[in-house]
Design a protein around this ligand. Structure first.
Ligand SMILES: NC(=O)c1ccc[n+]([C@@H]2O[C@H](COP(=O)([O-])OP(=O)(O)OC[C@H]3O[C@@H](n4cnc5c(N)ncnc54)[C@H](OP(=O)(O)O)[C@@H]3O)[C@@H](O)[C@H]2O)c1
Length: 339
């Protein structure tokens, strides 16, 4: 099968994407070859390309962490999938493509009637928010949480999924123009440019049970500082602060890890910190991937979750998608991959 892929060929500037065509061989045993219909674009794709995420893929690589498409053929021994089935998957990289071969167990069936663009728009963001809420912090009704960047793609996923838990007090940080979005989802909105979220939390509930932070740098420590003693949990999951205005700042990233994640864990105050990524639970909870992605797709199918807005671009315009990520995107960008 002829496949078009978009490669990030260096880590110096975002304008580094190249379209390449290759032949995708027949799938080996246990795998399926998928004709990709849509792929999500995430700020993390840019962070990977710029090399600010430790352990991320190195150029040249194909960015993109989520794909949705139709099974085109299956290898020997695959009994759970048939050609024609629509499936979704999360991948560490490789999403910006018209075709991909993956182990069959990575492919999660998409419920009938759900638009593939919508699937690509929710898969990664809602999957990670779901896992951090339910499997890492185990947030329950009656608890309070802090969501940093609450009007962003992942932030909004936290707000919507916390609404489904019910009875959770949510503090969400955002810019002034985004405060209404945060409030519409029942959260206490804090203007992070003009207010101190720590004061807002202390004045209201004293401390929170969990904080979710994608910003990094000194933010990790500040988010940790509002956790309640004995049981409070910081879930760090991003490093936006390590790339500001298109410039890498590895020192900020490293200091954030040291001061906000590693050192706090040495304090005997009963608060815990940790860094989550979408693959963090795979070894200890191997069934979580399939169960949680299926749960997200069911919520989408039932119209219980939705990104703020969705914009699409053809795969060949991935360079424009990266330029938009650099400028700042409101809502979710999705590449359409059918040529
Ligand atoms: N660990 C993983 O597996 C994983 C997977 C996917 C994404 N991520 C990470 O998740 C993060 C968010 O991704 P996304 O797609 O949701 O990005 P996004 O849609 O661009 O949202 C980012 C939000 O961060 C907010 N923000 C920026 N600086 C802030 C600050 N100082 N305080 C509070 N909020 C601030 C912005 O808020 P305003 O617009 O209101 O200013 C923006 O809405 C990225 O760092 C990404 O790498 C991690």
């Amino acid at each position: 099968m002829q496949t078009t892929q978009v490669y990030a060929v260096n880590r110096e500037q975002a304008n580094c994407l190249e379209v390449r065509t290759t032949e995708l061989p027949a799938p080996p045993a246990g795998h399926a070859r998928v004709r990709v219909e849509a792929a999500g674009v995430s700020y993390g794709d840019l962070l990977f390309q710029r090399g600010v995420i430790p352990g991320g893929p190195k150029a040249p690589f194909v960015p993109g962490c989520d794909v949705v498409g139709v099974v085109e053929s299956v290898g020997d021994g695959v009994t759970t999938l048939r050609p024609g089935d629509r499936v979704a998957a999360l991948v560490v990289s490789g999403g910006y493509t018209t075709g991909i071969t993956l182990p069959a167990e990575r492919l999660v069936p998409v419920p009938d009637g759900v638009d593939p663009v919508n699937v690509a728009a929710v898969s990664l963001n809602y999957f990670i928010a779901y896992q951090m809420l339910h499997r890492v912090a185990k947030v329950r009704s009656g608890q309070s949480i802090l969501v940093q960047g609450a009007a962003g793609g992942v932030g909004l996923a936290f707000l919507q999924l916390a609404e489904h838990i019910g009875g959770v007090t949510v503090f969400g940080t955002a810019s002034a123009t985004n405060l209404d979005v945060v409030r519409r989802h029942g959260a206490v909105a804090v203007d992070y440019r003009n207010e101190d979220f720590a004061n807002a939390i202390r004045d209201s509930v004293g401390a929170v049970d969990a904080a979710f932070d994608p910003i990094g740098g000194p933010h990790f420590w500040r988010s940790y500082s509002v956790l309640r003693n004995r049981g409070g949990r910081l879930v760090a999951y991003g490093q936006s602060e390590a790339l500001r205005g298109g410039k890498r700042n590895m020192a900020v990233g490293a200091m954030g890890f040291l001061g906000g994640i590693i050192l706090p864990n040495l304090r005997p105050d009963g608060r815990r910190t940790g860094f989550y990524n979408a693959w963090a639970l795979e070894k200890k909870q191997p069934r979580a991937y399939g169960e949680d992605l299926a749960q997200v797709l069911d919520l989408l199918s039932a119209d219980k979750i939705a990104p703020r807005s969705i914009a699409t671009l053809p795969l060949r315009d991935a360079t424009e998608a990266f330029a938009q990520l650099e400028r700042g995107v409101t809502g979710k960008l999705v590449l359409t991959c059918t040529e």
